[in-house]
Design a protein around this ligand. Structure first.
Ligand SMILES: CC(=O)CC(=O)C(=O)O
Ligand SMILES: [Mg+2]
Length: 220
């Protein structure tokens, strides 16, 4: 049984943020990427976390910051080599997350075969909602995640379109990186990613379960 003790402020724990890329075929296609046959993984720094009330900041070296709305899975019980059949026991809850991406920098990293750290892991690149207790989302593979910028709908997708399910991802990741209580897994974004500008307001939600608002600011 997963514990939910103290997980309500998981973002303060300094644990890992493990991100899955290209987990929705329509998003992989919109960026002209191939649809993966194995999960694409990358990490964010714990200093990427930002909570409502503080801004998502455009890094000084980027002119094209993109939003990516994603369902986050908060690990409630750590483990290594977790079998798929037991994986959901390791879920403590969920969070709505934005995988803010410096797309121009990522494109250059891809061209040069370099890692995506500058594009994905900078401070404030992971705005997160309040913790969502596990029982508030009955079926995490059947919720709608959405994002508006200045009241205009940009992204809307069902988690039923994920290529790799949450149990598969937990099992796959835990064979490579041991999972710990308080880790967060970002499960990938549906299509509709696009740029944000200074002073834009991003509002995102999961069905009518939770919503959150973040302002965009420029690095000074
Ligand atoms: C191409 C990407 O940036 C992959 C990613 O983060 C995703 O959610 O998909
Ligand atoms: Mg992403």
């Amino acid at each position: 049984m997963a514990s939910t003790k103290n997980l309500s402020r998981f973002w303060e724990w300094g644990k890992k943020i493990i991100c899955v890329g290209r987990n929705y075929a329509e998003h992989a296609k919109e960026l002209k990427n191939t649809v993966p046959t194995e999960p694409v993984l990358f990490l964010k720094s714990p200093t990427a976390y930002v909570k409502e009330g503080a801004p998502a900041v455009i890094p000084f070296y980027s002119n094209n910051l993109h939003h990516e709305v994603e369902l986050g899975v908060v690990i409630g019980k750590g483990g290594k080599d977790i079998p798929q059949a037991l994986a959901m026991d390791h879920v403590g809850g969920y969070a709505l997350c934005l995988d803010m991406t410096a797309r121009d920098v990522q494109d250059k990293c891809k061209e040069k075969g370099l890692p995506w750290t500058l594009a994905k892991a900078f401070d404030t690149s992971c705005p997160v909602s309040d913790f969502i207790p596990k029982d508030k989302i009955q079926d995490p593979h059947n919720v709608k995640i959405w994002l508006k910028v200045n009241d205009s709908l940009r992204q809307e997708g069902s988690t039923s379109s994920m290529i790799f399910s949450i149990p598969f991802l937990i099992s796959y990741i835990s064979k490579i990186i041991s999972l710990e209580e308080g880790d967060l897994i970002l499960t990938g974004t549906p299509k509709g990613v696009a740029s944000v500008q200074e002073n834009d307001e991003m509002v995102a939600g999961i069905d009518d379960i939770i919503s959150m608002t973040f302002k965009v600011e420029k690095h000074l």
